[in-house]
Design a protein around this ligand. Structure first.
Ligand code: GYE
Length: 332
């Protein structure tokens, strides 16, 4: 009799232990692997934006805010003024407030593992929008929604390679880089370099960051115009820096688009206008309209459905004629 009681107690203990260690699933938490199935108006998403550095960013912010309003999902929004530490504090504050999802556009690629692990420990799924992180542990985020920046740089470089395909003398290119360490700056430079490598006449003679801003592009271009005896083409990694370069080139008494050609990325309204006016020669599109897709991801995660780990945005390119046609109906 004594022995039977002992066995029973042991079995009960084993059952209790197993319930502690692995039995509990985070089904109702909305955490990784579980469907929260909340009504849409009860879902709260914290969005940590990079800043307001460019026309692209302004359009991206507006589209995200409009999309959340339309979907009836609550949005907490913060602007990090292009500083990683501000973004990290915004994310920590979202974790503390217990939001259901965190979305953010990482200003630079490195240095996110600690805060992403904190979100994971709190079972708050993270959605990367627009820019990537270099974390080896891909379980730290649910998905990455955004453009293929290497491809964008490649498209810009291919246009340049084609434009100068019969050049027999060196073509001097200057590059205005985006924010140092950001995914679009790293990847666009790579795609561009690969695409022009086929022609040894095409040379990047100077390359510096203008931080994706108009003022930055202008300032760096002014310095290039002073230090470089001959510049044939500017590759600006976004429209705003290209628009800043136009100001610097004009002030130096040269004609942008003719004396010095300009290729940019984004295709926001002011860039497209400059292309239509012949001041920019070619633009690779990068769409800031990520709001609808972000909402779809949130809805899927809420319903416990699988989402693709990488969602790439559809994009095109614009010549001057194509810009003239597209401008009247352009949304941003
Ligand atoms: O090209 C630039 C912005 O991350 C794709 O950031 C985005 C880039 C965009 O400041 O204009």
């Amino acid at each position: 009799m004594k022995k039977t009681v002992g066995l029973f107690a042991a079995a009960a203990l084993v059952m209790a232990l197993s319930a502690c260690s692995g039995g509990a699933t985070p089904a109702a938490s909305g955490g990784a692997g579980g469907a929260a199935n909340k009504p849409l108006d009860k879902i709260v998403v914290g969005f940590a934006q990079v800043g307001a550095e460019s026309g692209w960013r302004t359009a991206n912010t507006k589209d995200i805010q409009d999309s959340f309003k339309e979907a009836g999902i609550q949005l907490k929004f913060s602007d990090a003024q292009q500083k990683q530490e501000n973004q990290i504090s915004a994310i920590r504050s979202y974790i503390q407030q217990g939001v259901d999802y965190i979305a953010f556009s990482p200003v630079v690629q490195t240095g996110w593992d600690a805060v992403l692990n904190e979100a994971k420990a709190a079972k708050i799924p993270v959605i990367l929008t627009d820019r990537a992180v270099d974390s080896k542990d891909t379980s730290l985020y649910a998905t990455f929604l955004g453009s293929d920046f290497v491809l964008e740089g490649k498209k810009a470089g291919e246009w340049v390679a084609n434009e100068y395909k019969s050049a027999s003398a060196p073509v001097n290119i200057v590059q205005l880089e985006g924010t140092t360490g950001s995914a679009p700056a790293i990847d666009r430079a790579k795609g561009f370099a690969d695409a022009i490598a086929s022609n040894s006449n095409l040379k990047v003679v100077a390359s510096q960051t203008g931080d994706f801003t108009r003022a930055g592009g202008k300032q760096v271009m002014e310095a290039f115009l002073k230090s470089q005896p001959k510049i044939d083409l500017v590759f600006a990694q976004n429209d705003d820096m290209g628009l800043g370069a136009i100001e610097a080139i004009t002030a130096a008494g040269k004609v942008p688009g003719k004396d010095i050609k300009i290729v940019t990325v984004d295709a926001v309204h002011d860039g497209m206008q400059a292309l239509a006016d012949g001041k920019i020669n070619f633009i690779v599109e990068c769409s800031p309209l990520l709001g609808k897709q972000l909402i779809d991801i949130v809805k899927k995660l809420n319903a416990g459905e699988a989402v693709e780990k990488r969602i790439v945005t559809d994009e095109t390119t614009f010549t001057q004629d194509q810009a003239k046609t597209a401008l009247p109906t352009r949304k941003y």
